[in-house]
Design a protein around this ligand. Structure first.
Ligand code: 4AD
Ligand code: MG
Length: 429
C-alpha cells in the first residue's frame, strides 16, 4: 500500500503493510519513531518495545536514515503526526540497510549536484518531478485532443536550426553531425504529410555561459502547422499554456504547497488571451524604466525580467528585428526589417518560455536569408525543397519544458527542473 492511501480515515484500526525508506528516526524512551517515505508521502511509524517482537525491535534500533524497509502495523489517528495519522508497528523488516547518508539538505549547490543521484530523493525534488509529470501529460493531451499528430524527428542532424554557435558536434562515422537544437526543420517537412504535428524531444544547446535558465540538454515541446498564421499559432500557445497550468493547479496542489508556491499569478494564467506587445514597445518600456538598451539589440534575461514587472500573467513580444532572430522567420510584409516572430514570456521575472514564428515559405526569399546570415544553402537544400514542392504558409513554436516547470513551480534555478542537469563544465552524475 502507498503511504498516501494509509493516511486515511478508512484505514483507522486496520492493519497495513508499507514499503519505503526511512526519512527520519528518533528514539524516545522505549519507543522508536520512524518517519517512512515513499513516492506518495510520509507517515510516522511507532515501534514500541513492548509491542513488537525481539527481531523487529533490533532491526528498528539498527535501521539508519534512507534504509529501505517493510513495515506492518495498525493505523491510528494522531493529530501531532504529519498527515494526522500514524502506524503502530507490529513488524519491521529492513531490506537495504543504508550506509551513513551524505546529505542533510542544508549543503551547498555544488555538493548537492555532486550527490544528485541521491538528492533526487528529497521531497522538494520529488514535488518538482511530479509537477513536471503533469506538465508533460497536459502538453501531450492538449495536442492529441485537438487533432494534432505526434511525430518522432531525429536527434542526430546535419545542419543548424538555431545558431551554429550553440551546436554540439558529433563524430558521425567520420562525418560531422550535430545534436538537434530543435525539431522544427523536420516538423516543417512533416506538415506536408500530416498538416499539424507536434513532438517532444531532447534539444541540445552548447550555451557558453552558466545562467539560471540555460541547460545544455533540455526537453522541447514543439508544434508546426500548415496554413497557420501568426495569430493562429499564438492562440495555440495560449491555450496550451493555460491548459498546462490548469492541470497543475488541479492535480498538484499538494506539491505546489510543499514548494510554498504562491498560485495567484498562476490562476491569472488560466484566462486567455494574453497581452501582446511589439518589440518596439518593449524597447520603449525598457528605456522608460532606465534600462540601457537601444533598438535592434536582443533582449536578454535581465531585460525580460524588467518587462515581466509590467504584467501579471504570461505575455507576448512580437515583430522583432530580423537581425536578432533565426533565418527561417518570415519577414513582416509591412516592414521587412522585422520578422513575424513571437516569444511568450512567463511573469514573475521568469521570461521566455516559448519561441515561435511564421516561417518563410518563399523559395527565393529564404535562399537570400540563408546567404545573408552566412549559412551554406547546400546544407539546407532539403529544407529549401519544401518551398519548391507545394510550398504552404505555415507557423510553429517550441516550448521549453524545464523553463515552464521552473516558472510554474516557482524555482530560482532551472537545474532543479530536471533530475540530471547538464551544463557547462559538468556532466556528473
Ligand atoms: O527560442 P528557441 O531557440 O526556438 C527554437 O528552437 C525554435 N526552433 C522552436 C520552434 O519554433 N519549433 O527555443 C524554444 C524554447 C525557448 O523559448 C526556451 O523555452 C527553450 O526552448 N530553450 C531552452 N531551455 C533550456 N535551456 C536552454 N539552453 C534553452 N534554449 C531554449
Ligand atoms: Mg528564443
Amino acid at each position: 500500500m502507498l503511504i498516501e492511501d494509509a493516511l486515511n480515515e478508512n484505514c483507522v484500526d486496520k492493519s497495513v503493510e508499507l514499503k519505503g525508506w526511512v526519512y527520519r528516526k528518533r528514539n524516545v524512551g522505549g519507543k522508536i519513531f520512524i518517519v517512512l517515505r515513499d513516492s506518495s508521502g510520509i507517515i510516522q511509524c511507532v515501534v514500541d518495545r513492548g509491542v513488537v517482537n525481539e527481531d523487529s525491535w533490533r532491526q528498528a534500533e539498527e535501521i539508519t536514515r534512507e534504509s529501505s524497509c517493510i513495515v506492518e502495523g495498525v493505523v491510528r489517528r494522531e493529530p501531532r503526526a504529519p498527515g494526522g495519522y500514524e502506524v503502530k508497528v507490529t513488524r519491521l523488516k529492513t531490506i537495504g540497510l543504508s550506509a551513513w547518508f551524505p546529505i542533510k539538505g542544508t549543503e551547498g549547490v555544488d555538493y548537492l549536484l555532486d550527490h544528485r543521484h541521491l538528492w533526487i530523493r528529497a521531497r522538494k525534488m520529488q514535488a518538482i518531478m511530479k509537477i513536471k509529470h503533469t506538465v508533460l501529460e497536459a502538453g501531450r493531451e492538449y495536442f492529441n485532443r485537438n487533432g494534432w499528430w505526434e511525430v518522432t524527428p531525429p536527434i542526430l542532424t546535419g545542419s543548424a536550426c538555431e545558431s551554429g554557435a550553440t551546436q554540439f558536434e558529433v563524430n558521425y562515422f567520420g562525418q560531422k553531425a550535430y545534436l538537434s537544437q530543435s525539431a522544427q526543420l523536420y516538423l516543417e517537412a512533416l506538415i506536408y504529410s500530416l498538416d499539424r504535428v507536434w513532438s517532444l524531444t531532447p534539444s541540445f544547446r552548447a550555451e557558453k555561459s552558466r545562467t539560471r535558465r540555460h541547460l545544455a540538454e533540455y526537453w522541447h515541446l514543439e508544434a508546426e502547422a500548415a496554413w497557420y498564421g501568426m495569430e493562429d499559432m499564438m492562440k495555440v500557445t495560449e491555450e496550451l499554456v493555460s491548459y498546462i497550468v490548469s492541470r497543475v493547479l488541479e492535480e498538484r496542489e499538494k506539491e505546489l504547497k510543499l514548494l510554498k508556491r504562491d498560485t495567484k499569478i498562476l490562476e491569472n494564467t488560466l484566462e486567455t488571451p494574453y497581452p501582446r506587445i511589439k518589440y518596439d514597445e518593449a524597447i520603449e518600456i525598457l528605456q522608460k524604466k532606465g534600462v540601457k538598451i537601444s533598438w535592434g539589440e536582443d533582449l536578454g534575461a535581465d531585460e525580460e525580467r524588467v518587462l515581466t514587472e509590467e504584467f501579471d500573467r504570461p505575455f507576448f513580444i512580437t515583430h522583432f528585428p530580423k537581425e536578432i532572430k533565426a533565418f527561417y522567420m518570415k519577414l513582416d510584409p509591412e516592414n521587412p526589417n522585422l520578422v513575424l516572430g513571437f516569444d511568450m514570456l512567463a511573469p514573475e521575472g521568469y521570461g521566455e518560455i516559448i519561441g515561435g514564428s511564421v516561417r518563410e515559405d518563399d523559395y527565393n526569399v529564404l535562399y537570400k536569408r540563408i546567404l545573408e546570415v552566412g549559412l551554406n544553402p547546400k546544407e539546407y537544400e532539403w529544407y529549401l525543397d519544401l518551398r519548391k514542392y507545394g510550398t504552404v504558409p505555415h507557423s510553429g513554436f517550441g516550448l521549453g519544458i524545464e523553463r515552464t516547470v521552473m516558472w510554474i513551480a516557482g524555482l530560482d534555478h532551472i537545474r532543479d527542473a530536471i533530475p540530471f542537469p547538464r551544463f557547462r563544465e559538468r556532466i556528473y552524475p
